[in-house]
Design a protein around this ligand. Structure first.
Ligand SMILES: C[S@@+](CC[C@H](N)C(=O)[O-])C[C@H]1O[C@@H](n2cnc3c(N)ncnc32)[C@H](O)[C@@H]1O
Length: 378
């Protein structure tokens, strides 16, 4: 199987997979391949925090023409995998191939599947671009074609808890990956001082309390497969709920805008984390360190970075550096940003810098160890 992820999160995902019990875990670019059975596939869809989707390979072959692709797609026993009444969607990636157009490939593959059903059953499945029951994945490189069933469907960042978002929310998968890239030991407070819709605090709480991130999500494509074992899935789901751990440190989110904070509250409530996460309206530059923050802990935030949000970036980042130095000695602070300009103005020397992508934007996760008397960079 292949779990797909975002650039830079491959090792995090590989570690998650090993911990979950996958066999033969091998990171590749933006993905991790592994072995596991059907029960493991259900478990992986519920538990993996940094997977975007999980593909189950069906077959692979070589093609030399359009007809060749049509015939080989038609030769697959699709009726063994799903009923004709299911809606389908075909995702294609085409690389260095004589097929230049991935839409054309998707159309051809869809015709092959529909013709096979019509010839055998007298009906054809219809295509749906919105929430299809079955997603089929075609990856074509040169003459080689890999055909997989997408077990997840909608991207796994759609956990089911976030329906209220403000400007520039971070993907839940990216947030979960970033948290795991920090050195937060889960035995100390976690604070996001610019929390927006609350993604970092919620993902941190799901991790700290060992709650599966997709526990609130209703739909997975594997539920529409013919071989779906409902009893096994329910067993795995119930077992997952029993894995919750206790956690005794504060997880806090602040934002200066009340309207934004209301959205975070809504999402925290959807995630059933109202008791575990405390949210408060506060301007990072005008607030002292809260007493509950204690002497040491982790600060993680993605400040406005200037693309969607208007702000005076140099001034904003200079103030962030000043506030960290003045109020947060003893803490480790992580700033995630796409603003190269902003980074220059923080004025503190990062102990670590990790390159990631926020959508298409090259971004960095920077670590600042804030000792008593941390020196400003000259
Ligand atoms: C890029 S967004 C954060 C997005 C967030 N990680 C999410 O997933 O929704 C930056 C946030 O910083 C907040 N903000 C900007 N200046 C602030 C300040 N001085 N104090 C607190 N929050 C601030 C904005 O209101 C905005 O919600």
């Amino acid at each position: 199987m292949l779990a797909k992820t975002l650039y830079g999160l491959e090792e995090v995902l590989a570690k998650e997979l090993r911990t979950l019990g996958a066999q033969e875990v091998k990171p590749v670019v933006r993905g991790v391949s592994f072995k596991g059975d059907m029960g493991f596939l259900y478990k992986a869809n519920l538990w993996l925090r940094t997977a975007v989707r999980i593909l189950v390979p069906l077959t692979g072959f070589k093609v030399r023409s359009q007809d060749d692709l049509y015939n080989k797609m038609k030769a697959i026993a699709w009726e063994e995998h799903f009923d004709v009444g299911k809606t389908i969607l075909i995702d294609t990636t085409v690389k260095e191939s004589f097929f230049r157009n991935s839409l054309f490939v998707a159309q051809l593959a869809k015709d092959a599947i529909a013709d096979r059903f019509r010839e055998r059953i007298g009906k054809r499945p219809s295509v749906s671009t919105r929430e299809p029951d079955i997603r089929i994945n075609l990856y074509i490189q040169k003459e080689k074609v890999w055909v997989s069933l997408d077990s997840s469907g909608d991207s796994l960042h759609k956990r089911g808890y976030r329906n209220a978002v403000d400007r520039a929310p971070i993907s839940e998968v990216l947030a979960a990956g970033i948290i795991q890239l920090t050195d937060w030991d889960k035995h100390s407070p976690f604070i996001d001082p610019m929390c927006g819709s609350g993604t970092f605090p919620i993902e941190a709480a799901l991790l700290a309390y060992n709650v599966p991130p997709c526990v609130f999500r209703k739909n997975f494509c594997f539920k529409h497969w013919k071989n779906f074992d409902k009893a096994l899935f329910e067993l795995i789901f119930d077992k997952a709920l029993e894995k919750e751990k206790s956690f005794h440190y504060p997880i806090m989110g602040f934002d200066k805008l009340p309207s934004v904070l209301r959205k975070a509250e809504q999402n925290v409530s959807n995630a059933l984390m109202e008791e575990q996460i405390s949210l408060k309206q506060a301007d990072f530059f005008k607030s002292d360190r809260p007493e509950a923050a204690g002497r040491r802990g982790t600060l993680l935030f993605n400040p406005p970075y200037g693309i969607k949000i208007e702000a005076n970036i140099p001034e904003l980042y200079k103030r962030i550096g000043d506030a960290l130095k003045q109020h947060w000695a003893g803490y480790t602070a992580y700033v995630f940003t796409s603003s190269a300009e902003g980074i220059k103005h923080i004025g503190l020397r990062p102990g670590r810098k990790i390159r990631l992508y926020n959508g298409k934007l090259e971004s960095y996760l920077l670590r600042y160890d804030l000792y008593e008397g941390t020196k400003k960079k000259k």
